[in-house]
Write a protein that binds this ligand. Structure first.
Ligand SMILES: [Zn+2]
Length: 227
């Protein structure tokens, strides 16, 4: 008679979202993974600038494309703040797990259309307080086959965009970035976690284009629709 796998107290953990038992070394159960994949909120790394509903809400003039995986809904509105503001290791493990399952579609979208990627820089004081840059962490999970542009920084300590209205968001990020590299003829991909109005990304894209970039697009994990 075939023997069952030897389970011990350390073989199972609980799915972070639904609490069902799963094998250790995983963070989400197959049911949750499938539900996330099948959800109407899965954008599958679509360029949201091609969507009329997104174009009405976004205030961008510089960005050529914004590839988004998902709408900012469950479980991302729960996992991303935990990853970003608390550096929660379980939320990080879940996001890593989810991202790994969904990279093929992203690579199809961005193909070989870009020369360098750049995580949106964090102001040094925010970096000091947070301990890491979530955009840098995301970029590492995406494993893009291109070099990283490093010669740029955030000069202004900006207020949290989520707390500001439209016009104030634009003023808040105006001249917030500095790029020292010569980007003549380059096609650049910005990496960030969430896009809402696009004001921060667009301000950064403007600075990159002033440095010579001919195409600046962005990869964002989630699109937070303004209601
Ligand atoms: Zn689950």
């Amino acid at each position: 008679m075939p023997s069952l796998p030897q389970a011990n107290a350390f073989s199972f953990v609980r799915c972070y979202l639904c609490d069902s038992l799963i094998y250790a070394k995983q963070s989400l159960c197959p049911v949750c993974l499938q539900a996330i994949a099948d959800s109407e909120f899965n954008l599958n790394w679509q360029d949201i600038l091609l969507r009329p509903d997104a174009n009405r809400m976004l205030k961008v003039t510089e960005l050529n494309s914004i590839y988004c995986w998902y709408e900012y809904q469950q479980p991302f509105d729960f996992l991303i703040p935990k990853m970003k503001y608390q550096a929660n290791p379980i939320a990080k493990a879940c996001l890593k797990h989810l991202i790994q399952f969904n990279l093929a579609e992203l690579y199809k979208q961005v193909k070989d259309d870009y020369d360098e990627f750049v995580p949106t820089p964090l102001h040094w004081f925010k970096y000091y307080r947070r301990g890491f840059n979530q955009a840098q962490w995301l970029a590492e999970q995406l494993k893009l086959n291109m070099p990283q542009l490093t010669d740029c920084s955030r000069l202004k300590y900006t207020k949290q965009q989520a707390k500001l209205s439209g016009k104030k968001r634009l003023d808040n990020v105006k001249n917030a970035f500095s790029v020292k590299a010569n980007l003549a003829g380059k096609r650049i991909l910005i990496i960030d976690d969430v896009v809402t109005t696009g004001a921060t990304l667009d301000a950064f894209a403007k600075t990159l284009k002033q440095a010579g970039a001919v195409n600046v697009s962005a990869i964002c994990l989630c699109w937070a629709k303004l209601t």
